[in-house]
Write a protein that binds this ligand. Structure first.
Ligand SMILES: NC(=O)c1ccc[n+]([C@@H]2O[C@H](COP(=O)([O-])OP(=O)(O)OC[C@H]3O[C@@H](n4cnc5c(N)ncnc54)[C@H](OP(=O)(O)O)[C@@H]3O)[C@@H](O)[C@H]2O)c1
Length: 421
């Protein structure tokens, strides 16, 4: 892995924040979106991944073989469907103690009953339990973390898998007042990761795995407008989703830097690939059909903005092409491989340590073929990453030194949950 990673990470970060020594004047020229070259490169990369992910991952077995994991305790968010369901089941079948952190606890209990039935006679009963977690409520995140930490047990792997992509839907806000993609895909997992640090330190060497997305390549985070309400950018679900995934990479990069090596916690983002799940399917309508409203509502307005002539021609091309899409996309089991690899492969912590020692600007990012890859150019913008870090901690109600305080073994107060007020 190291040799692949060395070549993948041999470029310098291409952050395009303020130029050095340009002072006040440059502050006014603050970057307000991706440059068109970055944007086009992002979409080309996405198209490339979609077309070639099956070929690139052809060396991987499906399901991914896992070693015996009887000593591992893993929390997996959003494990009632799609990629998370596959992750939970496979980890449990390999002997791990699995905690399904879900909002629909009834569905999770039903799944466990079914899995136990199918597993009976193949070994010890699966060691799975359910705990309630609704990422649309930061109070719920704090309650979950407090309940878990109160057990004083070990946590070896936290997999932040749950996510939403409300394709073509209007902008919505959580009861905490945050844009829903930003809250579910970034803010709530960030809060969960920080609050579970005491348990992850007890379980170290341990790992925080974020199921991210290549869509972050077309994302941009405006730290002064995390909710996309200022009108500077038009809100679309694509803007909401891609920004939230980029914010997660940026926050994870700083978390990776702030955690001392002695804490023994690896922070990794993974791309599952393009996968047929509820995120890409709604009401029984599969992704190819969903792609049309997605492209019309989310992609075309942006394309039109940049290349009006091309946008007018695109629907016909898309209509012709989308029938082919099912042949290229992964099943949920195939999509679970990068997260399972990140959670269990012994080389992953070494790789994270190497990035830390090299003071690399971004955390580890594994692609759907389980190889290290570079996140987007914008993700390398350290100045913005630090702003995302500070803004996120503020939004989730934690002090700026929360990580250092928890690493020292002290408590932190969160604005949400039981410590409210
Ligand atoms: N599918 C893809 O092509 C693709 C590509 C790149 C990245 N990803 C990422 O992969 C991850 C898993 O997505 P998926 O494709 O497996 O989609 P999925 O089948 O829709 O699963 C999403 C899971 O997240 C849970 N969830 C949603 N909102 C939640 C909330 N407020 N609180 C707690 N749990 C919540 C869902 O629970 P409910 O059943 O209760 O709604 C569900 O279990 C996401 O982070 C997604 O962004 C997917």
């Amino acid at each position: 892995m190291a040799s692949t990673s060395e070549s993948a990470f041999s470029r310098e970060g291409k952050g395009e924040g303020k130029g050095e020594g340009e002072g006040e004047k440059v502050v006014k020229k603050k970057k307000e979106g991706l440059g068109w070259m970055e944007w086009v490169r992002g979409w080309l990369y996405l198209a490339y991944e979609m077309l070639f992910q099956r070929i690139m991952a052809s060396h991987l077995q499906n399901p991914m073989p896992l070693p015996p994991l009887h000593d591992l305790t893993c929390i997996i968010t959003g494990s009632t469907s799609g990629i998370g369901l596959q992750i939970a089941r496979q980890l449990a079948e390999s002997g791990a103690h699995v905690v399904m952190a879900v909002r629909n606890t009834k569905a999770a209990h039903e799944l466990i009953r079914k899995w136990q039935e199918e597993w009976s006679g193949m070994g010890l009963p699966l060691n799975i339990e359910v705990m309630e977690l609704d990422l649309l409520s930061l109070d719920s995140v704090v309650k979950f973390a407090e309940a878990w930490n109160a057990r004083s047990g070990l946590l070896h792997v936290l997999i932040n898998n749950a996510g939403i992509f409300s394709i073509g839907e209007p902008q919505k806000f959580s009861k905490d007042g945050y844009e829903e993609h930003m809250q579910v895909n970034h803010l709530a997992p960030a809060l969960l990761s920080v609050l579970l640090l005491p348990s992850l330190i007890r379980g170290s060497p341990s790992r925080i795995i974020n199921v991210n997305s290549i869509m972050h390549y077309v994302g941009f985070v405006d730290t002064e407008d995390m909710n996309v309400v200022s009108g500077k950018r038009k809100y679309t679900s694509l803007v909401g989703y891609s920004s939230s995934k980029l914010a997660q990479v940026m926050f994870s990069s700083i978390l990776h830097k702030r955690l001392p090596a002695e804490a023994g916690i690896s922070v990794v983002c993974v791309s599952p690939g393009i996968v047929q799940t509820n995120v890409t399917e709604s009401g029984g309508i599969p992704f190819p059909s969903r792609a049309v409203p997605f492209i019309l509502v989310d992609v075309l307005p942006q394309l039109d903005h940049l290349m009006g002539f091309l946008a007018r021609d695109l629907p016909k091309i898309v209509q012709a092409a989308y029938r082919l899409i099912p042949y290229f996309i992964f099943s949920a089991q195939e999509g679970s491989r990068s997260a399972l690899f990140a959670a269990t492969d012994p080389q992953v912590p070494e790789y994270c340590e190497m990035l830390k020692a090299d003071e690399w600007p971004v955390c580890a990012f594994l692609s759907e073929d389980c190889r290290p890859t570079n996140p987007s150019e914008e993700a390398h913008n350290l100045e913005t990453s630090y702003k995302v870090w500070e803004k996120t901690l503020d939004m989730i109600g934690l002090p700026l030194d929360a990580v250092e305080t928890l690493v020292q073994g002290d408590e932190v107060k969160c604005r949400y949950g039981a410590h409210e007020g």
